[in-house]
Design a protein around this ligand. Sequence first.
Ligand code: ZN
Length: 81
Amino acid sequence: MRALLVLAGLILCFIILSPMLRGWRPRLPWGGDRPDQLVKDPFCGTYVLRSKALRRESGGEALHFCSADCAARFARGERPI
Ligand SMILES: [Zn+2]
């Protein structure tokens, strides 16, 4: 009889705690599930975080630039210094 009460208490605890455990998730600073990746600027060769990079589409391919200046110069076909 006592074991049954302990079991009932454990089940009650689980029912109360499970929504809290499900609701708790560690918050990542960038707000995503995956860590931020480094992408290479094709113009100057600088590595930038994907979330901070300037994205441009070129021939169906996504390019990532460190700045608007790099993106504009790449689009004009300039060569890096
Ligand atoms: Zn750049």
